[in-house]
Design a protein around this ligand. Structure first.
Ligand code: NAP
Length: 253
């Protein structure tokens, strides 16, 4: 069913070809937003998301841009403005994980992970916020993780990138408030996507994860959408610098 909380708004969702980003792109479109479906490698999957959005009656376009390559940010924003004329919502969803025990961790994994998960988010937000500041309104939503709060074994660089994202959110929220821009974070728990599918297929690992979730189930990408729609809509105009955990209660255990 189509609603209209975001009618006339334009959203850019990074990493929207698959998983949580895909669900967010479709969810924002269902509320009436026009959506830029960003991806880095899977053009066919990004185009499928675009087709699904159009079939449901909203507009969308797929734009390739590697968020860790700062030179591509201007291209992503220019493509958005060319097609839709404005940017109201930026969802920084794209992220990578390079699992390595700390004693074996490499500088290359550090640079790649921080490049996508933190530096890319920081500078894409800057490029987009400069435009939003002219409009004197905007919503930036960063997709973090429960691992911004709780360390995941053998994934220190990812943990660090997500903890940094929470402070990035607060710092940008503080500076951009006077421009009418709200910056918030949504931190999912365990969600079934390409990133987690293989490990969750292992019954022992799945049981260990489930034991940590009071809600009693692994999340679906759709579970994250409601929080993002709220933070993208006018209903959250007085919320900024916040992190909302969408984790079935995982952090309570
Ligand atoms: P995923 O299934 O691995 O999908 C990653 C998406 O990011 C893809 O669309 C991919 O595009 C895109 N991407 C990767 N590198 C990129 C780059 N350099 N530039 C632009 N796009 C890039 O991920 P997910 O599991 O849905 O996770 C989405 C977000 O939720 C991430 O921020 C992740 O940290 C967070 N999260 C996930 C979970 C979970 O359990 N899954 C839990 C907590 C937080 P291509 O398809 O083109 O490769």
């Amino acid at each position: 069913m189509k609603h209209s909380r975001l009618k006339g708004r334009v959203a850019v969702v990074t990493g929207a070809s698959r998983g949580i980003g895909r669900a967010i792109a479709i969810g924002l479109a269902r509320e009436g937003a026009s959506v830029v479906v960003n991806y880095v490698a899977n053009a066919a999957m990004a185009n499928q998301v675009v087709n699904e959005i159009r079939a449901a009656g909203s507009d969308a376009v797929a734009v390739r841009a590697d968020v860790k390559d700062l030179a591509q940010h201007k291209k992503l924003v220019a493509a958005t403005l060319r097609r839709f004329g404005r940017i109201d919502i930026l969802v920084n969803n794209a992220a990578i994980t390079r699992r390595q025990p700390f004693l074996e961790a490499t500088a290359q994994a550090w640079d790649e992970t921080l490049g996508v998960n933190l530096k890319g988010v920081y500078f894409l937000s800057q490029t987009v916020a400069r435009r939003m500041a002219i409009q004197r309104s905007g919503k930036i939503i960063n997709i973090s993780s429960v691992h911004d709060e709780r360390a995941m074994m053998h994934n220190s660089v990812y943990n660090i990138s997500k903890a940094g994202l929470v402070m990035l959110t607060k710092s940008l929220a503080l500076e951009l408030a006077e421009n009418g821009i709200q910056v918030n974070c949504v931190s999912p728990g365990a969600i079934l996507t390409d990133e987690t599918r293989d490990r969750l297929a292992d019954p022992e690992h799945r049981a260990r994860v489930l034991a940590k979730i009071p809600g009693g189930r692994i999340g679906e990408p759709q579970d994250v959408v409601g929080a993002v729609v709220l933070l993208a809509s006018a209903e959250s105009d007085y919320i900024t610098g916040a992190t909302l955990y969408v984790d079935g209660g995982m952090l309570l255990r």
